[in-house]
Design a protein around this ligand. Structure first.
Ligand code: ADP
Ligand code: MG
Length: 307
């Protein structure tokens, strides 16, 4: 309900002190200062003791459990998973095969419902899929009969965008993923890396706020994978989208993320939640990178050995 005494609508004061770029500062909750290739760079996130505005929670996973019934048996995929994700973070979920990473991602996407607990976005329980939470799959899931431009424009078109508006959105996201020259190509004419770029652009063109990626680069060769990792970081920096990225690879997790969430198997639980403070761009061969990689590997293997 609105308060008649509330005069909080404020106009820009031309004499006010210059403020940090709100497109950056608002979403992440703090400042970004160091330039990179794309012009801005996130400082390490999730500092509880950071001065200034507190990071804003976008997703809350509260005591989430998931059981599947399979032929009279019950499989417990997740047990009491708790996780708060702030706007603009890049989270990697890592853990042994079968520990429930995909299940957790699918619950956030709204493809599965939790058996216990709640998954919520901005405090609202997630009850089904929505364009604000976009999933990118390993097998691309593009429409083979549509061109790059049409694949990317599909979601906005479904939601009623037409003509110049639709063209503008498709062009913007094609440019973001470097596929402008391939606008009229069909998926079958593209390499795996290009298809994955279309998949990312398609989700972003839907005004997605949370990009859910389930081992998205697992099917690609090492060089393509490295290129796409760098491109994804560039896209993340430009759009400030929140990313939840499932991977098996410790190196990939440490290279990409602002936080690594380590899950344990049988049934899946969130065991460790580590902020990665390494400055970007990260060098996978640097001693401090190796130290973090060793530490995360140690966390993972200790669970596997005790499983
Ligand atoms: N639809 C399903 N029906 C039955 N069991 C499932 C289903 N999805 C996942 N599981 C089981 O739940 C557990 C976690 O699976 P998953 O989330 O795919 O793990 P991960 O992605 O970490 O490899 C596994 O034991 C898996 O067999
Ligand atoms: Mg999986």
């Amino acid at each position: 309900m609105s308060d008649p005494n509330d005069n909080s609508i404020m106009l820009t004061d031309p004499l006010a002190e210059p403020q940090p770029d709100p497109r950056v500062a608002d979403r992440f909750g703090h400042d970004f200062t160091e330039p990179t290739r794309s012009g801005i760079r996130a400082q390490p996130l999730t500092h509880i003791d950071h001065e200034g505005p507190k990071p804003k929670a976008i997703l809350s996973i509260n005591h989430v459990g998931k059981r599947f019934s399979v032929g009279g048996n019950t499989v417990e995929a997740l047990r009491d998973a708790n996780l708060t994700i702030n706007k603009g973070e890049f989270i990697c979920l890592i853990g042994a095969s079968g520990c429930g990473k995909s299940t957790l991602l699918r619950i956030i996407a709204g493809f599965e419902t939790a058996t216990s607990g709640t998954a919520a976005m901005y405090g609202e329980p997630i009850t089904g899929p929505g364009p604000e939470r976009g999933m990118v799959f390993q097998d691309f899931a593009l429409f083979p009969w549509l061109t790059v431009r049409e694949n990317i424009g599909f979601g906005p078109k479904q939601r009623g965008l037409l003509g110049a508006g639709l063209k503008e959105v498709a062009e913007r996201y094609m440019e973001m993923v470097g596929l402008t020259r391939f606008a009229d190509y069909y998926p079958a004419q593209l390499s795996g890396g290009m298809k994955q770029r279309v998949a990312i652009a398609r989700v972003l063109a839907n005004d997605c706020e949370v990009l859910l990626m389930d081992e998205p680069f697992g099917a690609l060769d090492a060089l393509t994978r490295e290129k796409l990792q760098a491109d994804l970081l560039d896209i993340w920096t430009k759009t400030q989208v929140t990313v939840i990225f499932v991977t098996h690879s410790v190196e990939e997790a440490v290279y990409l993320s602002s936080r690594v969430v380590v899950m344990t198997a049988g049934p899946g639980r969130i065991e460790r939640d580590e902020t990665i403070q390494l400055p970007r761009p990260r060098d996978v061969s640097a001693p401090d990178f190796n130290e973090v990689r060793r530490e995360i590997t140690r966390m993972l293997t200790s669970h596997v050995m005790h499983a």
